[in-house]
Ligand binder design. Structure first.
Ligand SMILES: [Zn+2]
Length: 221
């Protein structure tokens, strides 16, 4: 993600208070708990005219996110999950459409995939975000898996008011899988085998709360 204008330091440190004070924010739907999701909505960030972050060299963020999501999908299906992608090609999808896909499925969890960029070229590492505190375990489970997966380091799991998290009624997390603005990290991220390893760790992290396999579906979802 390249736009961080939404960030409000005071609210970042008080996620629960923010949830209570912000009118119009999507309230977490009862029943959509971390333990029972059977569908995973994979959301490759950006697409079409929205390139996302520009890499030092190689593929831009929008292509890296799509590639990783395509790799995660069969790994989750092998673990018994139903997988829905918000996009499968290089097209622009509005943020509202992305959250609508998630909110329309009662048994879904939402995982948005991004790569990072910073003007400080030395910045590096992976981080995961949540908005609703009930999504924090999902964000943490994935971070624990991807933290050091390609020699990267963990920047932690953080609260943020990203649109796709804030407007989501399902367990939702946004992953930042490394900095394409960092020459060394970008070199690794441009390598398909590194992205495959990331995909495997993401799938493991998503299924961690279920002991590695999707729970038996309770609704058509
Ligand atoms: Zn992004």
């Amino acid at each position: 993600m390249t736009q961080r204008a939404f960030m409000n330091c005071a609210l970042r440190s008080l996620p629960v208070l923010a949830l209570l004070l912000l009118p119009g924010c999507a309230l977490f739907e009862e029943g959509a708990s971390l333990s029972n999701f059977h569908t995973v909505v994979l959301d490759p960030g950006h697409g079409g005219y929205d390139n996302g972050a520009k890499a030092v060299r190689g593929l831009p963020e929008k292509m890296l996110t799509l590639d990783v999501a395509r790799r995660v999908k069969p790994l989750l299906e092998a673990r018994g999950y139903h997988v829905v992608m918000t996009r499968t090609t290089d097209v622009f999808i509005p943020l509202g459409t992305r959250t609508a896909i998630s909110n329309s499925r009662s048994d879904a969890a939402f995982v948005s995939i991004h790569f990072n960029s910073a003007s400080r070229r030395a910045a590096n590492g992976v981080e995961t975000y949540y908005y609703n505190p009930r999504s924090a375990p999902l964000a943490r489970n994935i971070l624990n898996e991807i933290a050091t997966c390609y020699g990267s380091h963990s920047r932690g799991t953080k609260y943020a008011r990203y649109y796709v998290l804030h407007h989501n009624q399902r367990p939702a997390t946004l992953l930042e899988l490394g900095f394409v603005s960092n020459a060394q990290e970008n070199n690794l991220l441009q390598n398909p085998s590194v992205r495959q390893r990331l995909a495997e760790k993401i799938a493991t992290g998503i299924s961690r709360g279920h002991g590695g396999r999707a729970p038996v579906a309770t609704s058509g979802g």
